[in-house]
Design a protein around this ligand. Structure first.
Ligand code: ATP
Ligand code: MG
Length: 655
């Protein structure tokens, strides 16, 4: 039996960039030709043009010990200097780096000069606390300017940050602190979320207490605490220090020292969508090069006029590469927002876009679908005309959600870049280039210049156009992970063992007849129905193309006759609730629709209407939990779930 994934959906819509957009685009089509002629030469040029080196590199790539790559190995640089001082030196110190919007409505803007000064002070504080190059620092903060300042201060010293999402529990924090043997934790008293202060310091206290049986003991000697929530906190005078006191007392002068290109920059744990999070290690020169290149070209950044907003939390890779390193390396002006999209009202994001005249907006399909669920009336109340480019990341974006994003948010003109990448890849790998690529709803489209992608079968043979299979990266890339922290074997096993010389991403994909890439979902989630391998993304997109459906998740449940059967969970749009209740059998209506859209084989055996879907903290659907429900098993590990009550409600419903 073929192990290819059958491809079912068909999409004919195409959107060419406007002449005006194309004429002013940052990227140009020659990049593809240049990179295909001389891939390493292309990356070397990007590294020289986008990054300032203290000592120039002479070797671009050392791949003598695969899969352990070294990029620009004999070059030295300081990553924070690249994100800060050099912009001030170039006369852009007065440009706003961060427009911070707090959830309660407070706001603060920091110029590049101000941000640089803050990072210098913070770097001096960290030095005073004993942090040296190579030491690990855990950062557990809300989305406030200090989160970016802390990351850059750590980077400035050649130390390694491990940012832990502020919504994670004390246990998750402790296991990440222990795994990296962090010396220092930077946290806040609390941060604003959904209209109230959500305390953070107690989780740090709990994580640092009751240690002992869990790995290296007492590696943490200090905790720096930012005052944000103004909530009362317990204080350990030997260990805890207020950020504002320490910074006020620190010198504003700090000269950035250069470190080797392969100096570790950060460890970041994956979202945990498929299992236990992995501590992904990234280094400096290659990472910064690809972060800057992709941020500039994929988002068409005109640094002197654009206002950029990426809604990701710094706890995720998107927040690392497209809030901290990419935009700041490029001297961009950006918005960061502390709170949730619906606080204090469901139009909050659109209000922020109107307020700061955001021109480039980057978010996740999960957010777009939740706005679709509420309806277009809400965004319509705001002036979104400043938007000229939209981006999507995190999951496949269903064509219907893509069209909604384009029409309702993008005013029918803004190009959409659907960007495929992973914590492991460090930066965007597959995406349209705005102004050049004709876009297609639902397809991530083409590998970026300098990136080598293929879709292969189980034996590693290319499937060719028109077929589905497994997504692989066939050549090393500058921002690739350098390993899993402390576990080189797991690194080899997880990504390299399957094909030997190709990086296995774990995602299913297909190439359409134009050679464009469509992401089909996780390979672990592919269903096998009567010998046909079906992708979650296609069936979910078919369900979402029905006017009733805002969001859908499908899984394969074991079935006596077909091997596996498709089981779907759908959320109905608010505007369609009445109508959907009026139909006699909504399950039959949606099954018929899927049958019409993609064929009888894909028709779900069962469809459950639910109010929420289980998602990771970064907003990705956790299908493995739904599979547990569909097969009547006990629910698996839910520790990275955003809302653990969701599973209970769904289980009751399915009963
Ligand atoms: P874990 O590896 O622990 O299960 P995770 O894979 O969810 O967690 P991330 O690195 O945050 O952790 O997510 C990367 C994954 O997100 C990709 O492998 C892919 O499945 C999905 N993804 C990201 N961007 C896109 C996109 N544009 N289209 C389709 N899928 C995407
Ligand atoms: Mg993953």
């Amino acid at each position: 039996m073929s192990n290819r994934i059958d491809n079912l959906l068909h999409e004919d819509r195409r959107f060419a960039p406007s002449d005006e957009f194309a004429a002013n685009a940052v990227a140009n089509a020659e990049l593809y030709a240049e990179a295909s002629d001389d891939r390493l030469g292309f990356w070397a040029r990007q590294a020289r043009e986008l990054v300032t080196w203290e000592k120039p590199f002479t070797q671009t790539l050392d791949w003598s010990n695969p899969p352990f790559a070294k990029w620009f190995d004999d070059g030295t640089l300081n990553v924070a200097y690249n994100c800060l001082d050099r912009h001030v030196d170039a006369g852009n110190g007065d440009r706003v780096a961060l427009h911070f919007e707090g959830e309660p409505g407070d706001s603060r803007s920091l110029t590049y000069a101000e941000l640089t000064a803050e990072v210098k002070r913070a770097a001096n504080v960290l030095t005073g606390l004993g942090i040296r190059a190579g030491d690990r620092v855990a950062i557990y903060l809300p989305m406030i300017p200090e989160a970016v300042i802390a990351m850059l201060a750590v980077a400035r010293l050649g130390a390694v940050h491990s940012v832990v999402f502020g919504g994670f529990s004390a246990d998750s924090l402790r296991s990440r602190i222990d795994d990296a043997a962090a010396k220092l934790v930077i946290t806040a008293d609390g941060g604003w979320r959904k209209g109230k202060v959500s305390p953070l310091k107690p989780a740090v206290d709990a994580a640092l207490e009751a240690r002992g049986d869990l790995g290296p003991q007492d590696t943490v000697t200090n905790v720096l605490v930012v005052k944000r929530g103004e909530n009362t906190v317990d204080w350990n005078p030997e260990r805890d220090r207020w950020w504002h006191d320490e910074l006020a007392a620190a010198s504003p002068d700090h000269t950035a020292e250069a470190f080797p290109a392969e100096n570790p920059l950060f460890i970041l744990y994956t979202s945990g969508t498929t299992g236990k999070p992995k501590g992904i290690l990234h280094t400096s020169g290659g990472y910064l090069t690809q972060a800057a290149f992709t941020h500039k070209n994929v988002f068409d950044l005109h640094a002197d006029s654009d206002v950029y907003w990426c809604t990701a939390d710094i706890g995720w890779i998107t927040g690392h590469t497209y809030v901290t390193y990419g935009p700041l390396a490029n001297g961009a002006t950006q918005v960061i927002y502390e709170g949730t999209p619906d606080s204090p009202h469901p139009g909050r994001w659109w209000e922020i876009i109107e307020k700061y005249k955001v021109s480039i907006f980057y978010t996740a399909p999960t957010a777009i679908r939740s706005f679709m669920k509420l309806g277009r009336k809400i965004p319509k109340q705001f002036d979104l005309s400043s938007l000229r480019l939209l981006g999507s990341v995190g999951e496949p974006i269903n064509p219907e959600a893509w069209m909604w994003y384009r029409k309702v948010i993008g005013g029918k003109t803004a190009p959409i870049v659907d960007t495929w990448w992973q914590t492991e890849t460090g930066a965007i790998m597959i995406s349209a280039l705005p102004g050049i690529t004709e876009t297609k709803p639902g397809s991530a489209q083409v590998p970026l210049p300098g990136i080598a992608i293929d879709v292969v079968d189980d034996d590693g043979n290319p499937v060719g156009e028109g077929n589905g299979g497994l997504l692989v990266v066939t050549e090393p890339w500058p921002s690739m992970l350098r390993g899993i922290w402390g576990d080189p074997e797991r690194f080899q096993e997880t990504y390299w063992e399957k094909f030997g010389d190709k990086y296995f991403a774990g995602d299913g994909a297909r190439l359409d007849d134009d050679g464009d890439v469509w992401l089909l979902g996780r390979v672990d989630d592919v269903m096998n129905v009567s010998g046909h391998r079906l992708s979650t993304a296609e069936i979910e997109s078919a369900l979402v193309s029905h006017p009733f459906t805002a969001e859908a998740a499908v899984v394969g449940a074991s079935d006596e006759t077909t091997g596996q059967a498709v089981v779907a969970f759908v959320i109905i749009k608010e505007s369609q609730l009445e109508e959907s209740k009026a139909v006699e059998d909504i399950q039959a209506v949606l099954r018929t629709h899927v049958g019409e859209q993609i064929g009888p084989i894909a028709r779900p055996r069962q469809i459950f209407v639910v109010n929420e879907l289980p998602k990771t903290r970064s907003g990705k659907i956790m299908r493995r939990l739904l599979r547990d429900v569909a097969e009547g098993r006990e629910i698996g590990d839910t520790t990275t779930l955003a809302d653990t009550t969701v599973m209970q409600i769904i289980t009751e419903k399915v009963g």
